[in-house]
Write a protein that binds this ligand. Structure first.
Ligand SMILES: NC(=O)c1ccc[n+]([C@@H]2O[C@H](COP(=O)([O-])OP(=O)(O)OC[C@H]3O[C@@H](n4cnc5c(N)ncnc54)[C@H](O)[C@@H]3O)[C@@H](O)[C@H]2O)c1
Ligand SMILES: [Zn+2]
Ligand SMILES: [Zn+2]
Length: 385
C-alpha cells in the first residue's frame, strides 16, 4: 500500500510499504478515509527531533473497520471510527485515571504512545491506505455511518481535543478572559473551545494574517499580530491588568520578532522560551497557563546548547511572584473526544472552519512543504488516501 514516509530533513515521499496485519486479538484494521498533517509532524519534518528516516507519519486517523481481531467485542467490519493520536491500553494506572496520553503499557520505558511519531512506540502512522489500531475497543471511537461531518470528525483524533485540553489545563471558566498564543490549527481549536465554553474575551496571537482572520471570524477572538509590536503590551492596552488564563499553542519552535534571518522559519529566528515568558507577563497574578504546545528534551537543531537539552530561560521568579500555575503535556484525547463528537453531531460545534485543504495522499510532499512554510491560507491539511 502507499504511505507517507519520512526521508530526512524537510523531505517526505509517498512509498510502497507493507500492509498492516492483525498482530494481537485486540487489534482492528481500518481503511483510512481521512488522515491529517499536524504541526507536531513538522517538528520531525524539520529535523528538530530524533526521528530517523523510514517512519510512516500520521497520528490523526479515521476510517472504516475492515478486519476485527478475535478479542475485540465492540467493533465490527464496516464501522466508521476515529482513533485518538494516543495509543493507550485502558487498564494501567494512568489510563484508569484518565491520563491516556501517559499510558505505561504501550511503549516500554516511556509513558505514552502514538501512531507514526518518534519515541512514541512501534505504531505505524496512518498517512497511508490502512492502519492497525491496537486495544481497539478502547482506542476506536465510533462515529455515525456515512460521510457526514468527515472533516470535523477527523479533527477529533487530535487538534479539537488538544485545543480544548489547553483551556482545561488553564482551568478556563465561563465569563473569564483568555489569551491564546499561536493561531495554527491547535491555537484556533483552543480559541474556539474558549468560545464554546463562554469566555468573555479571547485574544489570539500569531503573525500569519489568514490564521488571525479565522480566529476573529470563527472564534470571536481579538487578533494580535506579534510582528507589529509586543503582544503583551497590545493585550494589556486593551485589557489592563492581564487576562485570567493563557494557552501556549506554539511550543519550542517559537519565533522571536526581535531576531532576524532571511527566512522567517529559520531556527535563527527562534527563542524557545518566548511564548512561555510572554504568557507569564500576559496572565494576571494567580492566573493559570495551559501548555499543549510541544517542548522536547532533545532538540538537534536548537538555537543554543541549553535549548538542545530542553532547558529554557523561563522567568520563573516572575511566575512565582505572580502565584501562577501551569499545566503541560500531551492531550489525553479520550478524556474529551466522545463529548466533542456529540457536540458536532448535535450541531453545537463545527471545528471544520480550520480545514483549508483536502487532497490525495500523493500530494502529501507538496502539502508538507506549504504547511511548513505557514503559507497564507494553508491551515489544516487533510489527506484522503
Ligand atoms: N500537547 C499535545 O497533545 C499536542 C497535540 C498536537 C499538537 N501539539 C503541538 O501544538 C503546537 C501547535 O501545533 P499546530 O498544528 O497548531 O502547528 P503550527 O506550527 O501550524 O502552529 C504554530 C503557530 O504559532 C505561530 N507562532 C510562532 N511563533 C509565535 C510566537 N512567538 N507567538 C505567537 N505565535 C507564534 C506560528 O506562526 C504558527 O501559526 C505544536 O508545537 C504541536 O507540536 C501538541
Ligand atoms: Zn497532531
Ligand atoms: Zn494504559
Amino acid at each position: 500500500m502507499d504511505a507517507v514516509v519520512f526521508q530526512g530533513d524537510h523531505d517526505v515521499a509517498v512509498e510502497e510499504v507493507d500492509e498492516p496485519e492483525i498482530e494481537h486479538p485486540n487489534d482492528v484494521l481500518i481503511d483510512i478515509t481521512t488522515t491529517c498533517i499536524c504541526g507536531s509532524d513538522l517538528h520531525m519534518y524539520e529535523g528538530r527531533t530524533a526521528a530517523e528516516p523510514g517512519i510512516v507519519f500520521g497520528h490523526e486517523n479515521m476510517g472504516i473497520v475492515t478486519e476485527v481481531g478475535e478479542g475485540v467485542s465492540d467493533l465490527e467490519e464496516g464501522d466508521r471510527v476515529v482513533a485518538p493520536f494516543n495509543v493507550a491500553c485502558g487498564f494501567c494506572e494512568n489510563c484508569e485515571n484518565g491520563y491516556t496520553g501517559f499510558c505505561t503499557n504501550v511503549n516500554p520505558g516511556f509513558a505514552g504512545g502514538a501512531y507514526g511519531y518518534v519515541a512514541m512506540g512501534p505504531y505505524k502512522g496512518g498517512q497511508a491506505e490502512k492502519l492497525r489500531i491496537p486495544y481497539a475497543d478502547f482506542n476506536a471511537l465510533q462515529l455515525p455511518d456515512g460521510d457526514e461531518h468527515e472533516d470535523s470528525f477527523s479533527l477529533l483524533a487530535d487538534i479539537f481535543p488538544t485545543g480544548w485540553h489547553g483551556t482545561e489545563l488553564a482551568n478556563l471558566q465561563p465569563g473569564e478572559s483568555i489569551a491564546v498564543y499561536g493561531a495554527g490549527p491547535v491555537g484556533l481549536m483552543a480559541a474556539y473551545s474558549a468560545k464554546l465554553k463562554g469566555a468573555s474575551k479571547i485574544y489570539s496571537v500569531d503573525r500569519v494574517p489568514s490564521r488571525l482572520d479565522l480566529a476573529e471570524e470563527h472564534c470571536d477572538a481579538i487578533p494580535i499580530n506579534f510582528e507589529e509590536s509586543d503582544p503583551v503590551e497590545q493585550i494589556k492596552d486593551d485589557h489592563g491588568g492581564g487576562v485570567d488564563r493563557g494557552v501556549d499553542a506554539v511550543g519550542y519552535q517559537a519565533i522571536d520578532p526581535d531576531k532576524e534571518a532571511d527566512d522567517d522559519y529559520d531556527p535563527a529566528r527562534e527563542n524557545p522560551a518566548i511564548v512561555l515568558n510572554n504568557l507569564i507577563r500576559t496572565v494576571k497574578p494567580t492566573g493559570e497557563l495551559g501548555i499543549p504546545g510541544l517542548y522536547v528534551p532533545d532538540d538537534p537543531g536548537a538555537p543554543d546548547e541549553m535549548a538542545a537539552e530542553g532547558r529554557l530561560g523561563i522567568d520563573f521568579g516572575l511566575l512565582f511572584e505572580k502565584g501562577q500555575r501551569l499545566g503541560t503535556g500531551q492531550c489525553n484525547v479520550k478524556e474529551y473526544n466522545r463529548q466533542l463528537r456529540d457536540m458536532i453531531i448535535e450541531g453545537r460545534a463545527d471545528p471544520s472552519f480550520v480545514v483549508s485543504h483536502r487532497v490525495g495522499l500523493e500530494e502529501a510532499p507538496e502539502m508538507y512543504q506549504r504547511f511548513d512554510d505557514r503559507e497564507e491560507g494553508v491551515t489544516k491539511v487533510l489527506l484522503e488516501p
